[in-house]
Ligand binder design. Structure first.
Ligand SMILES: *Cc1c(COP(=O)(O)O)cnc(C)c1O
Length: 358
């Protein structure tokens, strides 16, 4: 059974919108898309033209970067758009559900709620650094026929733990023909594990999400990728906006992936690894630390007493870290992003003062 059987029937019936830019190449005398004859900014001479919906050079560079074929990739406005497209394609309002494992990234739930899909949560184990409850995840998908999307994150935000391939393969096999497993790899570059993109060729129900937002220092670019088998990519193409990527973004994304930037990105990863080690060593020395969860991403999760007070204390001195006031699972936890050496020195100086007055 193909993934079409899992998608909303009306999406399977539908054809993708055929834009002028898709039907004809962007060459020759272009009088087919109601564009202006020339741009008004002399340096941006192509701005009057609609961008390529899936720019070939960017597609091929990202496919190379993520180790898949171009037919396995859809470029999106960040992973957020990938999450939204998947939910719209696979979940019928009032009938289907997603499964998530909180604490995790908040957008899975928002996308599901927007689509009118039920959100089924399998909470992580609070007593063991928020380890994923493998058994309950497998039981829940086995018992519930409404679940169409299983969202997993590796490394997970905000707990930093990774999904081992053993479990992923087992889940993929047990959900075959039943649900899509979406592995969000927003932080994969920081982790010791290789990407699960290698499993795509054997699993029609696997989707891997990647992004340039985190390890490529390009959150402002809004550029991400959905990786999957062509049949699934084709379903997403039917609902994606006709021109998701603005031309300045396409140009900048290509620039980001040139060799000299690739080299700088390696250095950035080394910098973050080193800053994270330094931070963890310092954190260990504070007596008010109740728990430190290092994880495998560019952040650490800590637990302290009276986290609200500490957050305010930090903010008053100009350093903003992340608390989770709306999430009971994360009461008194604080997520610290790995910033520059200077940023983290500021933070630990504030923590020293806190230690002193407490
Ligand atoms: C930051 C983050 C994203 C968002 O990525 P964009 O590409 O910027 O949309 C996706 N998933 C997780 C788990 C994240 O933490």
């Amino acid at each position: 059974m193909g993934v079409e059987a899992l998608a909303r029937p009306e999406i399977v019936e539908m054809k993708a919108y055929s834009s002028a830019r898709k039907e004809a190449p962007g060459e020759g005398i272009l009088l087919n898309a109601n564009e202006a004859p020339h741009a008004l900014l002399p340096d941006e001479e192509m701005l009057n033209r609609y961008p390529d919906p899936q720019p070939a050079r960017l597609l091929s560079r990202l496919a190379w970067l993520y180790g898949v074929g171009e037919e396995n990739l859809l470029v999106t406005r960040g992973s957020d758009e990938g999450i939204d497209l998947l939910t719209r394609v696979f979940c019928r309002a009032g009938q289907d559900a997603i499964l998530q494992c909180p604490p995790n990234f908040g957008m899975y739930k928002i996308a599901a709620q927007t689509q009118g899909a039920e959100v089924i949560s399998v909470p992580r184990k609070v007593d063991s650094a928020f380890e994923l409850d493998h058994k309950v995840v497998l039981q829940t998908v086995a018992m519930n026929n409404h679940i169409k999307l299983v969202f997993l994150t590796s490394p997970n935000n905000p707990t930093g733990d990774v999904i081992e391939f053993d479990f992923l393969s087992r889940l993929l096999n047990e959900t075959r023909g039943k649900a899509i497993v979406v592995l969000d790899e927003a932080y994969a570059e920081f982790s010791r594990l290789p990407s699960a993109a290698t499993l795509i060729k054997d699993h029609e129900n696997l989707v891997v999400l990647r992004t340039l937002s985190k390890a490529w220092a390009s959150a402002g670019l809004r550029c991400g990728a959905v990786l999957a088998q062509p049949a699934l990519i084709s379903l997403l193409r039917r609902v994606i906006a006709p021109y998701p990527l603005p031309s300045p973004v396409i140009a900048l994304a290509l620039r980001m992936l040139e060799d000299d930037v690739l080299a700088r990105q390696k250095l950035l990863l080394e910098e973050i690894t080193s800053n994270k080690l330094t931070l963890l060593n310092k954190l260990k020395q504070f007596s008010f630390m109740l728990e430190i969860i290092p994880g495998e991403a560019n952040f650490v999760l800590i637990r302290v007493n009276n986290s609200d007070e500490l957050l305010t204390f930090c903010a008053n001195q100009g350093v903003i870290v992340r608390g989770f006031p709306a999430d009971p699972l994360l009461k008194d936890y604080i997520r610290i992003s790995i910033g520059s050496e200077g940023d983290l020195n500021m933070l630990t100086t504030i923590f020293e003062e806190w230690e002193h007055i407490k």
